[in-house]
Design a protein around this ligand. Structure first.
Ligand SMILES: C=C(O[C@H]1C=CC=C(C(=O)O)[C@@H]1O)C(=O)O
Ligand SMILES: [Mg+2]
Length: 473
């Protein structure tokens, strides 16, 4: 028999058997005696069993829509798909993730592997547009069920919050029993045809925005602002958002991949090259990513584009504000902070950026809420100085960024990792909104920055047949 890519499994790792073993663990953990022994203080119990080769994104696609998520670390090493919610920390309109501080007790009481996954709005102070309502100001989910791949080991896990889940024993076991565990490859997805495109701002509005930014630089009110665009597409039928995430992952190696679906019919997904920060205990790393050129079509062309980026004064300036700001913001939270190498080139499949890394040791007591509040938004997505840039975006950007360019990632007791939620889109039924921005500094030209955004959305555009539909008119 021909070997199927995902179908040949060792007997003990067969999905059905994994589910059955997990049900045994869950049943025991929720039995009267075990719950009573655990006492009244809320805590998270994470139960897991090994499982065979299932692609987490295929698993995700098979789960019931509504409350699904996916995260994979840049460069591999950690990947998770999840369904359902054992707990959720949700921010009300106007709340920033700093409010997480008050709600982190449960998390810190969790066992080692416990992680909440989620993200936050770019600007909690801006009134949310209707399309972003399901996402909240921030939303971190402790999934009910997880399929995790960590350093090549695959596991199926169930999170329980005790004692509160004791009352839901039957419900949880029924959910587990019904949990789909696909063993086979799905056919390659076919996406519906695109019908219409509309950009906010259009090119005239974009040119005006760049002009306003240049005037603000001249007047000394600001040094950099990242202006963004919302390119909205409608299709001839509903978009399969998990399939889109899979197709995107395939063409964007070396990126963080994320997918958040807080309710059926609304999914925010993307492939970001940029780490906001990573924390392991008190060690923290962050990085400045800015300045852009495409990859070349030949080796010589590619080399020339790399040289052009590294030698570009304008892109160096875009990048320098990001590095300077991260250093300024992070230093007060650290006992020590140092550069990790020089400014270099980050090469992605279809474009390249300038990158510089910072490494530090946090002062005792610094939390992830502190880090998020301090680091976000960096001038890679906001501007410099931050306050002036945000005021400009609030008063002139003609759409709500929602979670675009906000922090996305996970928080655990011993560590955390966040990417900057760029190169992303929002799927709602047969509508897709792609969000992308470009750093405006002295010397920026409106048409070039518009084209840079077009290049940045080309990963999505290539998958969905949107190329050649530039709306610059
Ligand atoms: C704001 C975005 O990219 C940022 C990250 C890298 C390079 C950038 C640039 O060259 O303008 C942007 O600052 C985006 O992709 O939406
Ligand atoms: Mg740029």
């Amino acid at each position: 028999m021909a070997a199927r890519r995902c179908g040949v499994l060792r007997r003990e790792a067969r999905p059905g058997r994994a589910r059955w073993r997990l049900a045994g663990l869950v049943s025991r953990a929720l039995s009267g005696g075990a719950v009573e022994e655990a006492g009244l203080e809320e805590r998270v119990v994470r139960l897991s069993v090994p499982v065979g080769e299932v692609d987490p994104l295929l698993w995700l696609a098979a789960q019931r829509p509504g409350s699904r998520l996916y995260w994979s670390a840049r460069g591999g090493g950690f990947e998770v798909a999840a369904a359902g919610e054992a707990d959720a920390l949700v921010g009300w309109p106007g709340e920033c993730p700093a409010a997480l501080r008050k709600r982190q007790g449960l998390l810190l009481a969790g066992d080692g592997g416990t992680r909440y996954y989620g993200g936050a709005r770019f600007d909690p102070a801006r009134r949310p547009g209707a399309e972003w309502e399901p996402f909240g100001a921030y939303r971190f989910v402790l999934p009910r069920f997880e399929l995790r791949v960590r350093e090549g080991m695959r596991e199926l896990a169930c999170n329980l919050v005790l004692p509160r889940d004791a009352d839901r024993r039957e419900e949880i076991l029924e959910e587990l029993e019904a949990l789909p565990l696909p063993e086979e490859e799905l056919p390659a997805p076919r996406f519906p045809a695109p019908l219409r495109r509309s950009d906010a701002p259009g090119f005239a509005g974009w040119r005006a925005g760049v002009g306003r930014a240049l005037a603000a630089f001249e007047e000394g009110r600001m040094d950099k602002v990242v202006l963004a665009r919302r390119a909205a597409f409608s299709f001839g039928g509903p978009l399969d958002a998990p399939a889109l995430a899979r197709a995107l992952r395939a063409v964007t190696p070396g990126c963080f991949h994320f997918y958040f679906e807080p309710q059926e019919g609304a999914a925010f997904l993307g492939a970001s090259p940029e780490r906001l920060y990573r924390r392991e205990g008190r060690s923290v790393t962050s990085e400045a990513v800015a300045g852009t050129r495409p990859r070349g079509s030949s080796e010589a062309d590619d080399r020339a584009l790399g040289g052009e980026l590294l030698g570009s004064e304008k892109d160096r300036e875009e990048h320098a504000y990001v590095l300077r700001s991260i250093r300024e913001e992070l230093a007060p939270l650290c006992e020590s902070l140092r550069a990790d190498g020089d400014v270099s080139e980050m090469r992605l499949a279809s474009r390249r950026h300038l990158v510089a890394r910072l490494r530090g040791v946090l002062r005792p007591g610094v939390t992830d809420a502190d880090l998020l509040e301090t680091l976000h938004p960096t001038p890679a997505v906001g501007g410099y100085p931050r306050r002036a840039a945000l005021a400009e975006l609030r008063s002139s950007e003609p759409f709500d960024r929602g979670w675009y360019a906000g922090p996305v990632g996970w928080i655990g007791a011993g560590g955390a990792e966040f990417a900057v939620g760029i190169r992303s889109g929002l799927v709602r039924g047969s509508e897709l909104a792609l969000f992308s921005g470009a750093g405006i500094v002295r010397g920026s030209a409106a048409a070039e920055e518009w084209a840079e955004i077009e290049q940045k959305i080309s990963d999505f555009a290539g998958i969905l047949g949107l190329e050649g539909r530039d709306a610059s008119g």
